[in-house]
Design a protein around this ligand. Structure first.
Ligand code: NAD
Ligand code: MG
Length: 385
């Protein structure tokens, strides 16, 4: 495998930091070419001093001079602002983008990378939830591979390698169930951010941790799967599997099921996206079938975790509805993390925003940006922000 120059968009986050660890473990295969952060200038500076990237971007412009001063005696070029993220994504100096910004903010830079023909390892699922049709069409036009980093989608992707045009009956996304598996609304009404941030299987950023606790994450992942693998909503199933050993499955038309398995460790799908189509050696801990640990499966509780039902509705209706759900959810999660609303109120915010914002059946990219803004503004009025 030829050495790959990696552009990590969102290098200071959970996925970004693990991507850098993989570069550390395989210095002969990967180098860090571009690193970007939203506000954590200290960590961005530390990373730049360690990895000597060509370029760093700090989205928060007020910290530009601090970053520039700290990196004055290095070869690293420093840029700042949201537009710089897009401009740098459009530079022909890297081989693969790891799209690890969280939320709608990741859409523009990711789309820019695809437009200039750069392969993308996609962690930023919101990009596909919001504008999956446009993102996938642009990727097809430019013959750009989108390699999923999300563990479930990486599992499906790995199950499909070598299958060519063989027909899929359905995909089965596994869900850990999150920290509140088995709980009912009378319990959930009182949970606070500290409880919701404690995920039993995965250490992740704050937003996706809350999404996992509400099961919105699985809803977003259903929509992500639709676009990545060109599936109908009826082909996408969700099953709760608390041990998170099977990362997802594909059932083919002959009834054969392929599953991708292993201990829960995001570095596996991140590394696979970085080395695809190759696999490279790793020292990650291995799964032991003889440990007395049974694998369990159950139906998701859609009555308690209504966000999953709302996301399914958006998956079925399509148009700009997933964009509306995503914007309202980002706002609701933010409000919950700041103790403005309760756990169950997040669902009310999403539901009300879904009925308020006008439905567009075939949105343009501009429509998606407008929808996102309108949905955010409306959701903000609901949470007094
Ligand atoms: P995180 O919050 O830990 O990190 C987010 C990164 O994005 C940070 O580097 C931050 O500086 C940057 N960022 C945030 N807002 C930004 C903005 N407005 N403009 C520019 N940069 C911004 O998040 P994470 O857990 O690493 O998740 C990143 C993405 O990967 C999300 O879309 C998440 O759904 C997806 N994902 C994460 C995991 C995981 O295990 N953490 C698993 C699967 C998918
Ligand atoms: Mg996932």
């Amino acid at each position: 495998m030829q050495k790959r120059r990696i552009a990590i968009f969102g290098s200071t986050g959970s996925i970004g930091k693990q991507t850098l660890e993989i570069i550390d473990e395989n210095p002969e295969l990967f180098s860090a070419e571009i690193l970007t952060a939203s506000t954590n200038a200290d960590l961005l500076i530390e990373q730049a001093l360690q990895y000597d990237p060509n370029i760093v971007v700090i989205a928060d412009e007020s910290q530009f001079s601090a970053v520039q001063t700290a990196l004055m005696n290095t070869n690293t070029k420093v840029f700042a602002g949201d537009q710089a993220l897009v401009d740098v994504a459009g530079m022909d100096c890297y081989d693969l983008m790891i799209a690890a910004i969280v939320g709608f903010a990741g859409l523009k830079p990711t789309l820019k990378a695809i437009e200039i023909g750069k392969p993308v390892g996609l962690a930023n699922k919101e990009t596909l939830v919001v504008a999956g049709d446009i993102v996938m069409r642009t990727a097809a036009e430019n013959r750009v591979p989108i390699i999923p980093v999300d563990s479930e989608h990486s599992a499906i992707f790995q199950c499909l390698v070598g299958e060519g045009r063989n027909k899929i009956d359905r995909v089965i996304l596994t869900a850990s169930g999150g920290p509140f598996l088995g709980k009912k609304p009378n319990f959930l009404v009182n949970v606070k951010r500290e409880h919701a941030l404690q995920h039993p299987r995965w250490q992740m950023g704050a937003k996706i941790s809350i999404d996992s606790a509400t099961l919105m994450n699985k809803g977003l992942e259903m929509i992500e799967a639709k676009w990545l693998f060109n599936l109908t909503p009826q082909q996408i199933h969700v099953i709760v599997h608390p041990e998170s050993i099977i990362h997802s499955m594909v059932e083919f038309e002959d009834g054969s099921i392929k599953a991708q398995m292993g201990l829960p460790n995001m570095k596996v799908p991140i590394q696979y996206a970085m080395s695809f189509p190759h696999r490279i050696q790793s020292k990650f801990p291995r799964y032991d079938f003889l440990k007395p640990d049974a694998l369990h499966f159950e139906k998701p509780d859609l009555k308690t975790f209504r966000n999953l039902a709302l996301a399914s509705e958006a998956l079925n209706k399509g148009g700009n509805l997933p964009c509306i759900v995503n914007a309202a959810n980002e706002l609701a999660v933010y409000a919950f993390l700041h103790n403005r609303i309760g756990f169950l109120e997040m669902t009310d915010v999403i539901e009300k925003t879904m009925t308020k914002i006008s439905f567009i059946e075939r949105p343009t990219l501009e429509d998606y940006f407008e929808t996102d803004g309108e949905a955010r503004n409306f959701a903000a009025t609901l949470v007094n922000m």
